[in-house]
Design a binder for this molecule. Structure first.
Ligand code: CP
Length: 307
């Protein structure tokens, strides 16, 4: 199956999603065997203008596990020639002469699309501001598929910063492709899911509801997808941030309300929104979810580099 760039979740159809699940499962076995050197002639650049732990390290680990090589800069905003005024487009044109694939994270919505417009080599959107994070949504789906076995018919609560959370935006697009999924968007009014996503769901006939009380939703759902209220997106609106943080905290009381076979997910990093005591519960899937990022990103790289 062919894939050129990874820009937004909508671009993935069900056959491609299932293909990536199959390849990710193979990658899991490959990692257990110590990896491969098959991609030793391939070079990947990670160009991150925003901080990251999981996305950057899992993409870099993925390329290394495939036998490929990686070049990077610790902070592209500071240490690339953008600091001297170079445009993103020129940076991408230059990187095209050096590498086979570029993983790009940026604070502005639409940056990955702009990069793809001038790039011969695949661009992977590793998060564009409050836009999208498609590889995260793919690993989220893979986690649900692995943990629960099926995605059709599931009830999924997305909780917290839905207005500024690129992971939940991408995940909503992907979930809308499956049969009879029910999405519960739980957020304070300031952080509710944006209208463009709700409109997309209406057009597709996907079921969703908007809630402000988490405890009402917990007994119903199969997946609780918790998110961090992202202080860095509020700018000088500190009062708004303070009024939104700490409203939804998953703790022992929440566990008592949840189904025994439900799972808790989080794209991470987490702050106060999941109490540490929850980590010991088998329903806490967020660390397994983060590890799945390695397998799914290996799968994405193999598909992107296969033609
Ligand atoms: N989930 C996620 O994108 O984490 P990082 O910001 O650490 O990459």
């Amino acid at each position: 199956m062919e894939l050129h760039h990874v820009i937004e979740a909508q671009q993935f159809d069900l056959p491609m999603i299932h293909h990536l699940f199959e390849v990710a499962a193979e990658m899991e076995k490959l990692v257990a065997r110590g990896g491969t050197d098959e991609y030793r002639h391939r070079l990947m650049a990670t160009l991150f203008y925003e901080p990251s732990t999981r996305t950057r390290f899992s993409f870099e680990a993925a390329m290394h596990r495939l036998g490929g090589r990686v070049i990077s800069t610790e902070n592209a905003a500071e240490f690339s020639s953008v600091a001297k005024g170079e445009t993103l487009e020129d940076t991408i044109r230059i990187m095209n002469g050096y590498v086979d694939v570029i993983v790009l994270r940026h604070s502005e919505v639409g940056t990955a699309k702009r990069a793809a417009a001038v790039s011969r080599v695949p661009i992977i959107n590793a998060g564009d501001g409050v836009g999208q994070h498609p590889s995260q949504a793919l690993l989220d789906l893979y986690t649900i598929h692995k943990e629960i076995g099926s995605i059709d018919g599931l009830k999924i609560a997305m909780v917290g910063d839905l207005a500024q959370g690129r992971t939940v935006r991408s995940l909503a697009y992907l979930l809308s492709k499956f049969k009879d999924t029910r999405m519960y968007f739980v957020a304070p009014p300031l952080l509710k899911m944006k209208e463009d996503i709700l409109e997309h769901l209406r057009e597709r006939g996907s079921w969703f509801t908007e809630e402000t009380t988490l405890d009402r939703v917990l007994p119903e759902v199969d997946v609780v997808y918790q998110t961090r209220v992202q202080k860095e997106r509020f700018g000088d609106r500190i009062g708004d941030y303070e009024s939104c943080r700490g409203i939804y905290i998953i703790n022992q009381d929440s566990l008592r309300l949840m189904k025994s076979n439900a799972i808790i997910m989080h794209p991470l990093p987490r702050l106060e929104e999941i109490a540490m005591e929850v980590d010991q519960d088998r329903r806490a899937a967020y660390f397994r979810q983060a590890q799945n990022g390695l397998f799914v990103r290996m799968a994405l790289l193999t598909v992107l580099l296969s033609h």
